[in-house]
Design a binder for this molecule. Structure first.
Ligand SMILES: CC(C)(COP(=O)(O)OP(=O)(O)OC[C@H]1O[C@@H](n2cnc3c(N)ncnc32)[C@H](O)[C@@H]1OP(=O)(O)O)[C@@H](O)C(=O)NCCC(=O)NCCS
Length: 202
């Protein structure tokens, strides 16, 4: 595991993993760029030999009790070796550090690998959004994790200042305002979570 905070300079590398991981519903580069530039969340990348092999993001507005895991993905060759779990835990640490008490996410009902990861980290299903993922016509499982009582472990993520010397300054004057993934009908209360629910803000 070699986690560090993502910057806008990581966009192309992240989009390469994104397009390979989500062939039918990858986010656009434009919207991923807005995510990376947003002051309302944190994206992390995992590298191997200097190459980005995975990434994930959490939306956590300072002062808000709720956070949302926005996305997480690894290149296929690097899955199943514990890196996804480590990245998820780092994202949860970020949410706690931002003051969140609960974190939400959505996962495709036909993705037992990701669902298994979330369940094993303590997430519980709180509802479903029928046919939420289009064009594949797949339901979304909405999940929640209570963060209260969860301390931040020893954080192993390089902060932006640590990478500034090699990556240059981050342009963090983001303008992302959305975050509401409200497409499709919903049988559960809106959580504002958009994990893999299409574009991150519409
Ligand atoms: C989901 C993903 C990020 C998980 O990362 P990973 O590095 O493969 O996962 P890990 O090796 O850390 O495994 C963690 C847990 O996930 C679950 N899991 C992983 N792959 C699984 C599979 N094929 N079937 C069932 N459970 C699986 C297991 O509970 C596993 O724990 P265990 O190894 O102790 O049994 C990764 O598989 C991925 O990028 N998938 C494609 C993109 C995607 O679907 N992202 C999620 C969108 S919501």
């Amino acid at each position: 595991m070699n986690l560090r905070v993502a910057t806008p300079h990581d966009l192309d590398a992240i989009m390469a993993v994104e397009n390979r991981s989500f062939p039918t519903d990858a986010w656009s580069a434009e919207n991923m760029a807005a995510e990376l530039d947003s002051p309302h969340g944190r994206y992390l990348v995992d590298e191997e030999d200097g190459t980005v092999i995975g990434y994930g993001g959490v939306r956590a507005l300072q002062g808000s009790a709720d956070a949302d895991i926005q996305t997480i993905a690894f290149d296929a060759a690097h899955r199943g070796r514990g890196r996804g779990r480590a990245l998820l835990r780092a994202l949860l640490d970020e949410a706690v550090a931002h003051g969140a008490r609960e974190v939400f996410l959505e996962v495709r009902a036909d993705n037992p690998g990701a669902e298994g990861l979330y369940l094993s980290e303590g997430f519980e299903e709180i509802g479903r959004r029928p046919r939420y993922y289009q064009p594949d016509d797949v339901d979304a499982i909405v999940m929640r994790l209570d963060l209260r009582g969860r301390g931040t472990r020893d954080r192993q993520v390089a902060e932006p200042a640590d990478v500034a010397s090699v990556r240059g300054p981050s342009t963090s004057s983001g303008t992302q305002a959305g975050g509401s993934g409200t497409q499709g009908g919903s049988s559960v209360p809106s959580t504002s979570s958009v994990t893999r629910g299409g574009e991150p803000h519409e």
